[in-house]
Write a protein that binds this ligand. Structure first.
Ligand SMILES: [Zn+2]
Length: 326
């Protein structure tokens, strides 16, 4: 498993391609990318906040061609991949129609207002505030900057003399999850279809769809993979993510058939080689989503309920599967 050094900032992938990495890769600390060729640029995702996105653009401005951003693609509709869009509002901002629709449903002040409101929001509020609200400066996100160009399924872009293929492999992590594949350089920007050594979180699913997305990326045989979170890596990290899902499905299925409730199953499944991955509380969301798929009559647990459940999980001393206190 060859991870690149997990250091903050620009990583030169060679030949006009760059990754931008934010340790420690947990909630909200996302990665981005830049494709630069013959004076044209494509930015893959903005960051959680305006100040973080500004700093990233200053860093990119020091690399060849990085001083101006012509196009932006938002891989999916999570704030840590598009709340910084206002900084590049003069660029053409591209996303799938589904992602654009999901983005428009976010309250631009929702995270900023958490510091004032989270105590009224119970455990979900506490979780969002602890994991994201208190860590980021949301000033400058007064309204959402949404895509100016949408597509469905796939779109081929020309950036200078480079071909970039945008392919929607969702719904999986969200309703629509786009990768940016640069075949000429064998580099893929996966968005959050890959959390490298972090637990993924399944908001949309089904999980089988995410497994298929992993297989699609593996079949591209990329030399370099820029994940949505975690260090830049090789394709074996995508394979690991697929194995994690396959492990989870198998372990959850046995417990589902034995009648074990989903909350208990989430705490009982052995995490084995994944035990050191970050954000272990996401197992709660992932097991719930499997149970709901297998039993549509299962109680509804919308995101606020899942956030509250993850909050509880984080506060517990240690879990069977996890094997260490956190
Ligand atoms: Zn993310």
């Amino acid at each position: 498993m060859a991870n690149w050094p997990f250091t903050q900032g620009v990583h030169d992938l060679g030949n006009g391609l760059y990754g931008y990495v934010q340790p420690d890769g947990t909630w909200g600390w996302s990665n981005a990318g830049l494709v630069s060729s013959r004076g044209e640029t494509l930015l893959v995702d903005t960051l959680m906040s305006v100040p973080l996105t500004r700093t990233m653009l200053e860093d990119f401005a020091r690399v060849d061609g990085g001083a101006k951003i012509d196009k932006v693609v938002n891989t999916h509709a999570n704030p840590d991949h598009f709340f910084g869009n206002g900084v590049v509002e003069d660029a053409e901002i591209i996303a799938t129609a589904k992602t654009a629709e999901e983005m428009s449903g976010f309250d631009p002040k929702g995270l900023a207002n958490l510091s004032a409101n989270y105590e009224k929001m119970g455990e979900a509020g506490e979780f969002l505030f602890e994991t994201m609200g208190r860590k980021f400066d949301f000033s400058g996100v007064d309204e959402l900057t949404l895509p100016s160009r949408t597509f469905s399924d796939r779109l081929t872009l020309q950036v200078g003399d480079k071909t970039v293929e945008l392919v929607d492999l969702g719904p999986a992590h969200t309703a629509s999850d786009t990768i940016a594949w640069v075949p000429g350089d064998s580099v893929v920007f996966t968005g959050d279809l890959l959390f490298n050594e972090g637990h993924p979180v399944l908001w949309a699913g089904p999980m089988s769809r995410w497994i298929a997305a992993c297989r699609y990326i593996e079949d591209l045989k990329p030399e370099t993979v820029v994940p949505g979170h975690g260090p830049i890596c090789e394709v074996d990290a995508v394979r690991n993510m697929r194995h994690y899902f396959e492990h989870l499905m198998q372990e959850a299925r046995g417990r589902f058939e034995a009648g074990m409730p989903w909350r208990e199953a989430a705490r009982d499944i052995p995490m084995k080689e994944y035990a050191h991955w970050t954000d272990p509380e996401r197992i709660v969301a992932n097991v719930y989503s499997l149970y709901k798929e297998w039993d549509p009559d299962l109680e509804a647990a919308p995101p606020p309920v899942i956030f509250a459940e993850m909050n509880r999980y984080r506060k517990e001393p240690a879990h069977e599967g996890c094997g260490h206190a956190h």
